[in-house]
Design a protein around this ligand. Structure first.
Ligand code: DCP
Ligand code: CA
Ligand code: CA
Length: 360
């Protein structure tokens, strides 16, 4: 067997994640059509329970449309903290089997189990065991796909969703892809799928008829990826998430700023972004750093470290503003402001669970 077909990759994805967590924690919601998201006319559905999906309710649908499709739909407010907690829990299960775990979002990850820690030779059995453990330890169901590369594992995890799994062995891969609808190809977005459908490309086998040159002419670099995946080729490695060292944001202004009030306003916007990112990544930082770039490109940074860590957004803003004040005169004009949070609290220092490094 060619080496690229010898890897064992599992893709695990939780079923109706946010909605299932809400049904788990609120038993009165079980078996009912629920949507996680705002009920207002401007609201959007983040997740729909499988009961709600029967009515056509979907993620990213406006709440207004969702209510029309399912008048009995129950809206529930999201609780990111809780989803992050479960995300950390499933991740620690994954890590028992392999260090090669690459989270794609809070509820899914790729695992390379070619050399699994417990020495189990069968990726299928590992996937089964992991799904079982997730259920026992969280009370939630997950689906899985097993194959020799990321693309196939990812697509496979959708085949028997919810609460199911599917294995694509090397000898079955080409058949599987040939019969796969283009809209189900991971990495082919809605627009591209439509474009392909319009020229009569509806299944993997149709995509294979287009040569590489034509595909790259039509879709640029992505064309190469399409050319490969419809042949079952995807050599991307599972990249274990590295711990992120800092979270930051900055803004370069269209005009240099001189006034403290204007700078303060901009700083608040940047601080809001940084705090949201840190919050979503589940990190707790000790150090805040403010970066200034003057109109003449001279750059200054000022930092402050707080023990045990910066615990609220208000504190973060107060400290950022203090740093700005300490810099003083802005006669030269400021062209860029930036803020970063770093020096994260580590696991052994308590508090924080597994560090999540994924953007949501
Ligand atoms: N999510 C979101 N906004 C979206 C899509 C998803 O906030 N447009 C959130 C809510 C989902 C979670 O991410 O519960 C995971 O997304 P998935 O696409 O994996 O969808 P689900 O887990 O909800 O359902 P499925 O069973 O189809 O995986
Ligand atoms: Ca999911
Ligand atoms: Ca997902």
């Amino acid at each position: 067997m060619p080496t690229e077909k010898k890897r064992k990759i599992i893709h695990v994805d939780m079923d109706a994640f946010f909605a299932s967590v809400e049904q788990l924690d609120h038993p009165e919601l079980r078996g009912k059509p629920i949507a996680v998201g705002g009920n207002s006319d401007r609201g959007v559905v983040a997740a729909a329970s499988y009961e709600a999906r029967k009515y056509g309710v979907r993620s990213a649908m406006s709440s207004k449309v969702a209510k029309r499709k399912c008048p009995n739909l129950i809206f529930v407010k999201h609780r990111f903290e809780r989803y992050k907690e479960i995300s950390a829990q499933i991740r620690s299960i994954f890590l028992e089997y392999t260090d090669l775990v690459e989270p794609l979002s809070l509820d899914e990850a790729y695992l390379d189990v070619t050399y699994a820690k417990k020495g189990q030779p069968s990726a299928t059995l590992i996937a089964k065991e992991i799904r079982q453990r997730i259920f026992e330890e969280t009370g939630l169901t997950a689906s899985a796909g097993v194959s020799y590369n990321k693309f196939l594992a990812k697509v496979a995890s959708d085949v028997n969703k919810p609460n199911g799994m599917f294995v694509v062995t090397p000898d079955k891969a080409q058949d599987f892809i040939d019969q796969l609808e283009i809209r189900k190809f991971f990495g082919i977005g809605k627009v591209t799928a439509k474009k392909l459908n319009d020229i009569g490309v509806c299944y993997g086998r149709d995509l294979k008829m287009i040569d590489r040159l034509e595909l790259t002419r039509m879709f640029g670099k992505a064309g190469n990826y399409y050319y490969n995946i419809c042949r079952g080729i995807d050599n991307r490695e599972v990249q274990p998430s590295r711990e992120r060292k800092s979270v930051g944001a900055e803004n370069t202004f269209s005009q240099d700023l001189f006034l403290e009030d204007e700078l303060k306003k901009e700083l608040l916007v940047i601080a809001g972004k940084v705090w949201e990112r840190a919050d979503r990544s589940g990190v707790k930082a000790k150090t805040v750093t403010l970066k200034f770039k003057y109109a003449d490109f001279e750059q200054h940074t000022r930092s402050k470290t707080i023990e045990p860590y910066i615990n609220t957004k208000e504190r973060f803003i107060t400290e950022s503003l203090k740093l700005m004040k300490s810099e003083g005169g802005f006669i030269k004009g400021i062209r860029l402001l930036g803020l970063t949070l770093s020096n994260f609290l580590h696991e052994q220092e308590g508090e924080i669970g597994v560090q999540l490094v994924i953007e949501f």
